[in-house]
Ligand binder design. Structure first.
Ligand SMILES: *[C@@H]1O[C@H](CO)[C@@H](O)[C@H](O)[C@H]1NC(C)=O
Ligand SMILES: *[C@@H]1O[C@H](CO)[C@@H](O)[C@H](O)[C@H]1NC(C)=O
Ligand SMILES: *[C@@H]1O[C@H](CO)[C@@H](O)[C@H](O)[C@H]1NC(C)=O
Ligand SMILES: *[C@@H]1O[C@H](CO)[C@@H](O)[C@H](O)[C@H]1NC(C)=O
Ligand SMILES: *[C@@H]1O[C@H](CO)[C@@H](O)[C@H](O)[C@H]1NC(C)=O
Ligand SMILES: *[C@@H]1O[C@H](CO)[C@@H](O)[C@H](O)[C@H]1NC(C)=O
Ligand SMILES: *[C@@H]1O[C@H](CO)[C@@H](O)[C@H](O)[C@H]1NC(C)=O
Ligand SMILES: *[C@@H]1O[C@H](CO)[C@@H](O)[C@H](O)[C@H]1NC(C)=O
Length: 415
């Protein structure tokens, strides 16, 4: 080999090593991009690209454990992964009959949400609201952002990609290589609370979410596991979510000046529809089977009628679900699930133009478990929605709940 050829070989080897080195450095530097989120949750993928999180106003310090609560972790799956929760400090486990699992919103402030739920429970008790009198505990899960909460969680704690991929039920990005989702974390909490050795009197689990937390809870109500014991009854209370998981490709908005299916890539991709939904450790069913679960389960959709600011999710995928006013998206969702199942609910005044919906009435067993409650004079505020008469009935009533306001043709014409 001539000197020149040897030199050339060295140069190309060095170049190859440099490329390898740069690639390795890239992998180490931005590990939270190692999964292509566009296949897991299209919305947080787009948010992360457009950096909408900026200064979100959340608390990134050590956990502020509220008076009356403790901060513990529960195992998720079989590989040592953990989900932290704020938990009533001195629960009388053998006597506990009812647990309220309150999911935080987009600021990931489980401590604050524990306090909100605990206050709602205490005030209902002070008002002698009989259905709030059972021995109860409050549990608030804590889901972290891998980037924005760095330093707040340890090696085995689940954390999600930015921004708020946990809201959609996506796979966590921390610990490295885990395939557990935020749905699995909620399933693990349900499993833990359904352990009849630890909680022999447990009867009711109420899973609650508001705002960003309702994004998760609205989807969990369709995809979450069945409780492992038939003694346990779960109610899902979903407050003011900004989008829903459509089970088919149909959308209520057909006015293309608002948004158009043809120009909206990903409108039916998870979290907005079921394309590319990953499933959970427990199961992966067809959208129709998930619809059946959603329809038959005790799901209370509770919305503030005054929550009309055109903010929150304004992507075309969300606009197709009922326009800029998020409240109207819920009303269209109600029309959708009732039309899909061909129920006998009165839908006068509920917006949405659905044509050619398939007939999924075989999922309807004569009564729809899902309910819609509308709180007048409440805006986008968990305490406002849950402290009133209707909110209390959704959380605590064992039988019928109050459903509040209903739209009319006349109201619809003014929208
Ligand atoms: C679903 O994921 C695959 C890759 O796994 C991707 O190629 C495809 O574009 C995704 N589809 C949608 C509708 O997002
Ligand atoms: C149920 O709770 C008991 C008592 O706390 C505990 O010993 C047991 O391991 C738990 N079972 C499961 C399946 O976690
Ligand atoms: C996670 O991995 C386990 C075991 O490898 C597998 O059974 C499960 O289906 C996976 N879950 C998801 C959501 O991919
Ligand atoms: C439902 O209405 C509430 C209250 O107006 C709003 O905050 C939320 O974004 C709406 N969600 C959907 C899916 O329409
Ligand atoms: C729908 O049908 C069920 C059972 O047939 C009945 O009990 C209920 O009152 C009906 N609801 C409405 C709104 O008509
Ligand atoms: C409803 O949608 C259909 C087809 O998508 C369209 O032809 C019709 O004009 C729409 N109706 C209204 C009132 O927008
Ligand atoms: C809502 O507020 C209006 C005006 O303040 C009042 O007239 C109405 O009675 C309130 N409705 C409810 C259900 O509180
Ligand atoms: C509690 O569980 C019972 C069934 O055991 C159910 O009838 C009731 O509606 C539940 N209450 C709430 C508030 O979810």
């Amino acid at each position: 080999m001539s000197l020149n050829a040897t030199w050339k070989a060295w140069v190309s080897l060095a170049l190859a090593m440099l490329v390898l080195h740069v690639e390795a450095a890239m992998v180490v530097k931005i590990p939270h991009y190692r999964r292509d989120l566009s296949h897991v949750d299209i919305s947080s993928f787009m948010d992360a690209k457009s950096q909408v999180h900026g200064n979100e106003g959340e608390d990134h310090g050590p956990p502020n454990v509220p008076d009356g609560a403790q901060f513990i972790t529960l195992p998720v799956g079989n590989n040592g992964d953990k989900i932290p929760v704020y938990w009533s400090a001195a629960p009388n486990n053998p006597k506990v009959e009812h647990v309220f699992v309150m999911m935080h919103g987009r600021l990931r402030d489980g401590d604050h949400y524990w306090t909100v739920m605990n206050n709602v429970l205490e005030s209902a008790r002070k008002a002698n609201y009989h259905a709030a009198m059972k021995e109860s505990i409050v549990v608030a899960p804590q889901m972290y952002s891998e980037k924005l909460n760095k330093g707040q969680y340890d090696d085995m704690t689940l954390a999600w990609d930015d921004v708020n991929a946990w809201e959609s039920g996506a796979i966590a990005t921390h610990p490295y290589g885990t395939n557990l989702t935020s749905m699995d974390a909620l399933d693990a909490i349900v499993d833990h609370l359904s352990n009849t050795t630890a909680f022999p009197s447990m009867k009711n689990i109420t899973m609650i979410g508001h705002g960003g937390g309702a994004q998760l809870m609205n989807r969990y109500a369709a995809t979450g596991k069945e409780p492992p014991s038939s003694n346990i009854y779960i109610r899902y209370v979903v407050g003011d979510p900004s989008s829903s998981p459509y089970f088919t490709e149909h959308r209520p908005v057909t006015d293309t000046s608002i948004a158009s299916i043809d120009k909206c890539d990903g409108y039916n991709t998870w979290r907005y529809g079921f394309d590319n939904y990953t499933g959970t450790l427990d199961s992966k069913l067809s959208p129709k089977d998930y619809f059946g679960r959603y329809l038959r389960r005790d799901v209370v959709n509770i919305i503030g009628l005054d929550d009309t600011k055109p903010n929150g999710d304004q992507k075309c995928m969300a606009l197709l679900q009922g326009g800029a006013k998020r409240r109207n998206r819920n009303l269209s969702w109600w029309r959708y699930i009732n039309m899909l199942a061909r129920t006998n609910e009165t839908l006068t005044g509920f917006p949405g133009n659905f044509t050619d919906l398939p007939d999924w009435s075989d999922e309807w067993v004569g009564r729809i478990g899902t309910r819609l409650a509308i709180v007048q004079n409440a805006s986008h505020d968990a305490a406002e929605v849950f402290e009133g008469k209707i909110g209390r009935s959704a959380l605590f009533n064992h039988y019928s709940i109050e459903t509040g306001w209903r739209p009319s043709e006349q109201w619809l014409r003014k929208q």
